[in-house]
Write a protein that binds this ligand. Structure first.
Ligand code: HEM
Length: 413
């Protein structure tokens, strides 16, 4: 009997641990029934997730090579803007995947991140200054709105070279993806997807007329050579980087801040030694389930995987958030411990599609929490934790709002 799991509900997001722990226990492969997607085989243990993501001979990303549509029910016909989204490298196989990834790898390398660090610190400090001004005028501070969302959007738009004034629009596009996963839900996204596509095409045109600093101009240059990148692929790549580059990290920063505020002893460990910030980021990646799973993969033939018989074309996903709670790898997995070591989590996936932006995500999150808590060591939630609402973005988990007080409340004498 397939397990019906609802990874989108507010209840799941508030407390995903019973469901995820059950999935590990029932693993390594659990047949699940998903609204819209139908049957999905969820791979839930640490060893099996590693095996799946590294096995590009038995599992592929692009179902079109098996005669299937990436979006169920569309068959061969798909609106053009959906086809563009489906051209991003995250759902491409070799040799296309390698060709696309090579074009952007350097921009996210260790040396590029080292160069970027001062700018990330500056952007964080500017946002914290604005937060301070807001609090001084008695306005409530919501860290999601005032720090966790704007920081990754600012960083990825600067990396791409997109205009500053468009940033609010990217955030509103991302919000539109909090939809019900149904045929109607996907169709309702079409106008937004169309707007996103035409926006990026216009930016590409502007870069052609007048090159500017940033990755988009670099992609346009490659596209102009006509060998390595088509315009559709440049659009798909830009949209992938824009969304993968901000919604994920927004959630991770929000999740980590919430866990630290909820656990004064863990926050204290950080305040005593800032070199523990890296460990805090790794533990948030493991524990917080900010990105729940990999993208779907498809069995290339009838095969047996980890004791389960799969048919050609069966859809399989790595439930990374469950694998990160696997007790055979992580002792006492439901304990949030910023000193946990070793911490071989799979929050960024593994294999050839391992997260391109993992160094950037780590950098932004480390800078955000270090700057935030060193400036406001007494930061506290302004509402009880059970009043926090959770965002409905598909596949991601993070608070919708994070109302805080910057300083301890002083009781009048
Ligand atoms: C908390 C932050 C982040 C998490 C947890 C995360 C997680 C992931 C995961 C799990 C994958 C692999 C998915 C799969 O195998 O289907 C992935 C891929 C990817 N991520 Fe991230 N990500 C984060 C931040 C970022 C950032 C900041 C960028 C910046 C550009 C980014 C860009 C990408 C791209 C382009 C891919 C596709 C790579 C490929 O197909 O080769 N991610 N990410």
């Amino acid at each position: 009997m397939p397990e019906a799991i609802d990874l989108l509900s507010e209840d799941f997001k508030r407390d995903p641990y019973p469901t995820l722990s059950r999935m590990v226990e029932r693993g390594p492969v659990v047949e699940t029934a998903f609204p819209f997607l139908g049957t999905v085989y969820m791979v839930t243990t640490h060893a099996a997730v590693n095996a799946l993501l590294k096995d590009s001979k038995s599992f592929i990303r692009d179902p079109r090579s098996l005669g299937k549509s990436p979006i169920p029910w569309f068959g061969r016909w798909m609106p053009r803007c959906l086809r563009i989204m489906a051209s991003g490298m995250i759902i491409r196989d070799n040799p296309d995947h390698r060709r696309l990834r090579m074009l952007v790898d350097q921009a996210f390398s260790r040396s590029s991140m080292e160069q970027l660090q001062p700018r990330v610190e500056q952007l964080t400090d500017e946002l914290l200054d604005e937060i301070e001004q807001k609090a001084d005028t008695g306005k409530p501070v919501d860290l999601m709105e005032d720090l966790c969302r704007p920081l990754p959007i600012a960083v990825i738009s600067e990396l791409l070279g997109l205009p500053r004034e468009d940033r609010d629009m990217f955030a509103s596009w991302a919000d539109r993806f909090a939809i019900h996963p149904s045929f109607r839900g996907v169709i309702s996204l079409v106008p937004t997807l169309w707007r996103m596509e035409s926006y990026v095409r216009k930016q590409i045109q502007l870069c052609r007329e007048s090159p500017r600093p940033g990755l988009l101009s670099a992609l346009v240059e490659v596209e102009a050579e006509g060998l390595q990148l088509t315009e559709d692929e440049a659009v798909g790549m830009t949209l992938l980087l824009l969304f993968a580059g901000h919604a994920t990290t927004t959630n991770l920063i929000g999740d980590l801040v919430l866990e630290l505020l909820d656990r004064p002893e863990q926050k204290q460990l950080l305040l005593e030694d800032w070199s523990r910030a890296d460990g805090a980021v790794e533990e948030a990646l493991r524990y917080c389930a900010s990105v729940l799973s990999s993208k779907p993969m498809y069995a290339v033939r009838d095969l047996e995987f980890q004791g389960t018989e799969l048919k050609r074309g069966d859809r399989v996903m790595a439930l990374l958030s469950a694998a990160n709670l696997d007790p055979s790898v992580f002792p006492d997995p439901l304990r949030f411990d910023i000193l946990r070591t070793p911490n071989p989590h799979v929050a960024f996936g593994t294999g050839s599609h391992v997260c391109l932006g993992l160094k950037l995500a780590r950098l932004e999150t480390r800078v955000a929490i270090s700057r935030l808590f060193s400036r406001y060591p007494a930061l506290e939630l302004a509402v009880p934790r059970d009043q926090i609402r959770w965002a409905a973005l598909k596949g991601l988990r993070g608070p919708r709002q994070l109302p805080v007080r910057l300083h301890e409340e002083t009781v009048p004498a």
